[in-house]
Structures are given as C-alpha cells and as structure tokens.
Unconditional design. Sequence first.
Length: 505
Amino acid sequence: MDSIITLLGAGLLQSFEPLNLAMIFLGCLAGLFIGAMPGLGSVNGVAILLPVTFLVPPTSAIIFLAALYYGAMYGGAVSSITLGIPGASTAVATVFDGRPMAQKGKADQALMAAAIASFIGGTISVILFTGFAPPLAAFALKFGPQEEFALMLLAFATFIGLGGDDIPKTIFSILIGLVMATVGFDIISGKPRLIFFDMVDFQRGIEFLVLAIGIYGIGEMIWTLEHTKGGIQMHKVEIGFKRIVDNLRQVKQYFGTATMGSFIGFFVGTLPAAGATPAALMSYGLAKTFSKDGDSFGKGNVAGVAAPEAANNAASTGSMLPMLTLGIPGSPTTAILLGGMIIWGLRPGPLLFAESPDFVWGLIGSMYVANFVTVVLNIALIPVFIRVLAMPFSVLAPIIFILCTVGVYATTDRMFDTWLMLFLGCMGYLMRKLNYPVAPAVLAIVLGPLTEQSLRQSLIGSQGDPMTFLERPISLTVILLAVALICYPIVNSFLKRRKTVKIAE
C-alpha cells in the first residue's frame, strides 16, 4: 500500500509540471468543445489531434489525449441538454432528462448535475483504478463471448423500464432498432442482408450517429416547432452566484445515483470492447427502475442526468485499465490511444507498470488533476452554454438543422446518410406522435451489433448448444439479473393496478 501511495505521489508531482499541467488544461478545454459538436466525439477528437502530440514527450502526449477524452465525455452532455442532440453515443441517455429540464428553464441545474456527476464518476473510477488495477484486469479476462452476451442482455433488460408502463410498445421499439442494426453484411457469412430496395448504399449499414441525430435532432426540432408554434422562446434561465449555490445544494438529490453509476460505469468500462455507451444506458435504466419517483424520468428528473454522466466518465477511466495492463483497448477511443503508445515506443501490457513506472503513474496522477480541471471548466462555462437557450427557437431551429446535416455528412462523407438522417428524423417524430418510445430503438442499434457478435461466437464455439450461456457461472448470474430486471416493472405494474382496483372498491 505504501508503495502505491509513493508512486501515486510521484505521478501527481509529475502531472503538476508546467508542460503537463498545460496539456491537461488544453486537453480538457479542447475535449469539452469537441464532445459538444454533433458528429465529432472523443474518438474523432483523439484521432484528429494524435499527430499534434508527437511534438511533446510521450508522457505529456498521453496526458493531453487522456484529458481530451475526459473533456469530450462531458462535452456530449452540453449539446444533449442545450440542443437535444447527443454529441456521441455515450451522451444519448443524457438527452432523456437533460433536454426536458432545459425546456423547463432548468438548463443550469442539468449542466451543473452533469458536471458534478462527471466529477463523482471520475473520482471514484480513478481511485478504483489506482488500487485495484491488476486484479480487475485479471477478472476482465474471464469475460468471453458468453459473458459479453449476458451483459448485453442485462443492458436490454434495463430498456424495458425506459418506455414507461407500455411494455409492448417498448419491445416493439427495441425490435425496430435491432432490425436497423442488422442492415448491411452478415458478420459470419459476409452475405448482404436487409438491403432495402436493392440500394447499394445500405450495404454499409445504418450508422448509429445517423439514427441518433435524425431522431433527437430533426425529430425533436419538428416536434418542438409544432408545439411552440415556431416562435415562442425557450424558458430563459437567470444564472448567478445564488443560483449556482442553490444548484450545489441539490447534489444530495442525486449523489447516490451518481455513485451507483460510477461503479457500474467503471466495471463495464474495464470489459474489452464494451465502452462507455452500454455503461451509461445501463446506469440510466437501473436508476429509473429503482427510483421512488420512476415516473418522472424522461420528464426532467435531475437523477436521470447524473446517472449516465457519472457512468460514462467512470467508463472512460475503466476502459484505460485493460489498455495499460493487458494491451487490449476497452473502447474505440482507447484503441487510438493504444496505437499512439506503440508509436511512442511503449509496450502496453503486464510489464508496462514495471518497465515504465514514470509514464504509468504520471498518467494516473494526471487523471486526478484532469478530473478537477474539467469540473471547474464545466461550471465556469455554464453561463456560456446557457446563452444558447436565450435565442428564440425560430432562430435556433435552423442552427440545429445545419449542425445535424453537417455533423452527419462530415462523419460519413455520404449524401445518402444525410437523406437517411432526415427520413429517420421524420420517422422519430411520427413515433413520438403515436406515443411510441424512441429511446429503446436508438439504444438497440448501439448494442445490436455487439449482442449479435457475442451470441454467434458463443453458439459457434458450443456447436449450437444454447446451454453454454447457463454453464458458465458469471454468464448465468448476469442472465438471472437480466430476467429479474425484466420481471420487476411487470410485477410492479401489476401490483399498482391491483392497489388501484382495491381503492376503487
């Protein structure tokens, strides 16, 4: 224990060196704005700025990119709350309650909750990273395709609670998302499937970003224009010192939820190829399922902002654990970081802690500092973000439309995806008109490919025997948890109806 504290102290001192401190500040600031831009996100941000880091020493370079990763995780919350457009898949769950809060004039409270929850998630995850890196990495290795499928099933089980009491409509929405996730080439045989109207462009599949920006950008814009008659302003927010203090006092309302999200996020983040998106979705679903006021989720509950934000920040730290200890990237962003480390002449894996302790502990120390810098920057810039909502929606709508169009085209470089985004936006609007929840469809297209891959790998390995999922202890435990989560809202709904009938009698 003493050696860990000594090494961590040396890492903190290293992160306070002028160059490294400047890298932390610049990385957090750049990540904040990159994450807020629809279509960019942490993956593109790290990829774009990776060549710049070759001008500085390797430790300063990885510190800069890790800080950028931290900043981008929060940046997605900014556009999710102020514009209703998730900057990346990790911020989709933040839209559910963040956007309704902004429409009620509580954008500052939502942004503050996102910042504080991100800080809680980052702090808990870095402490866990510092103390339990080797055993957690060894445990993560026990997750084969069966365990990954069980984890995805658990994530889908949390979706059941996202659609309210109308479970059939929720399941229908999930199935729509799963169908969209299978468009393209079969992952085993390589044969094309679900190529609608024999259009060649569908062979590349439907990108998550196209669906998310279409439904939450275009669909939300049409819905808001219809219900505000095009010219009514959003609720104005008066931001001041007293308001900030009041928002800080409300931390106790979501501290427990943020703590739960932090542990879920870190654990899911440590699993190779899982990443922050499933962590944020699972955290939101569990927060709603076990909340005393679950019906308020999706209508502007501050805990619905805190849960996914704590989880995705914790997962961003957790995903670095398998990268450093095993040489296996835990997310697409850490895959790019892994490539950068190899270019710098470092070998990620079990020997990295022994061969390059200055590098490893300098990075861990910088995580503590970056976490603090990010929360300070976020809170300081809240008045800037609030100014977006001061514009009439008749002015804001064209800006949202341009951001959606440019964000999709810049990411995929195909006009087909831009037209598809507009079509999906109209479809999302119609689903909302018919009271079908759109969130499960968006989430299903994220987890669909991961679920299919792990399912088919498991069945191929067991020669088609479905009992392979129940013969492994970890997989069986997770599947039983998933079944319990699916049954919980059904039983709860039945008990509520029974109680209502008794009262009526």
